[in-house]
Design a protein around this ligand. Structure first.
Ligand code: AMP
Length: 283
């Protein structure tokens, strides 16, 4: 297990990638905000499978946080992250500072219009603009052949896929299934905020989605009925439900019948912590 090379400078990162490309190497890239858990590690392993060299970025991107969100208290653990990245065979950890990524006077942004609307897009104004812009910048610096993203952030994955297509970025975007705790809770860096009582109540998200998946397996396709099955688990457990919706898995448009490719998505506050989760509603 070798320690990854840690690069802070975008110029150095770009030079490293250029050298790899010139040597005919295929580059995989996993963007993260750090505080790595097994979900991130699974993404790194997936990246390794697709390429010769593996780059992970570690950047808590301020432009994707709203003014009242948790930017200041977002958990950080650089030594732990480096050890986990090393364990997965990461070659480079790209960890730029905010000034490196956003030099004074920056005025160019990426807006992915329709897919960014509704769901988290409505609840977190400007969030996907921040995500798309930073990911486009990271792609331009790292110049990967393939990039791996978690299905946990389902709308984010759809936004990135659309951006890559629309802007001819020519990067292979790989989506990876959500990694869960033994009891079903989706792994998240934000789970660390939860008290024991909140942790127990947070389980209602995955329980609710699973109830909808089970109902769908009986042949029920009505989005309203599937939503109601999920809601029954969430009700009384979460402190504020932001959304619970059945949508088409690719276009993310709302559907009334969960036929071919549908997904049920939830966002809810448990205490002060905002959690998201989703599950595909199989045929
Ligand atoms: P973050 O550090 O939260 O920005 O996440 C970095 C990447 O890890 C994103 O592509 C996320 O979708 C992905 N990710 C986060 N949690 C999980 C999980 N539980 N399972 C799989 N991927 C995840």
């Amino acid at each position: 297990m070798t320690t990854p090379l840690v690069l802070e400078s975008p110029v150095q990162m770009a030079a490293w990638s250029e050298a790899q490309r010139n040597a005919g190497k295929r580059i995989a890239f996993v963007p993260t905000m750090g505080f790595l858990h097994e979900g991130h590690q699974a993404l790194l392993r997936e990246g390794r499978r697709h390429a010769d060299v593996l780059v992970m970025s570690l950047f808590v991107n301020p432009t994707q946080f709203g003014p009242k969100e948790d930017l200041d208290r977002y958990p950080r653990d650089l030594p732990g992250d480096l050890a986990k990245a090393a364990a997965e065979g990461t070659d480079v950890v790209f960890a730029p500072g905010v000034q490196d990524m956003y030099p004074k006077g920056a005025q160019t942004f990426v807006d992915v219009e329709e897919v960014s609307q509704g769901l988290c897009g409505d609840r977190r104004p400007g969030h996907f603009r921040g995500v798309a812009t930073v990911v486009a910048k990271l792609f331009n610096i790292v110049r990967p052949h393939v990039a791996v993203f978690g299905e946990k952030d389902f709308q984010q994955l759809a936004v990135i896929r659309r951006m890559v297509l629309d802007l001819n970025m020519g990067i292979d975007v790989v989506g990876f299934p959500t990694v869960r705790e033994h009891d079903g809770l989706a792994k998240s860096s934000r789970n660390t905020y939860l008290s024991a009582d909140e942790r127990a109540r947070a389980l209602s998200l995955s329980r609710g989605l699973s109830a909808a998946v089970s109902l769908r397996a009986t042949g029920e396709t009505s989005a309203a009925a599937l939503r109601a099955a999920a809601y029954a688990q969430l009700s009384g457990q979460v402190d504020r439900l932001e959304y619970l919706e059945v949508r088409h898995a690719e276009s993310l448009v709302p559907v009334e019948e969960a036929t071919a490719a549908a997904v049920i998505l939830v966002a809810a506050y448990v205490g002060r912590t905002r959690l998201i989760d989703n599950m595909r509603l199989g045929a």
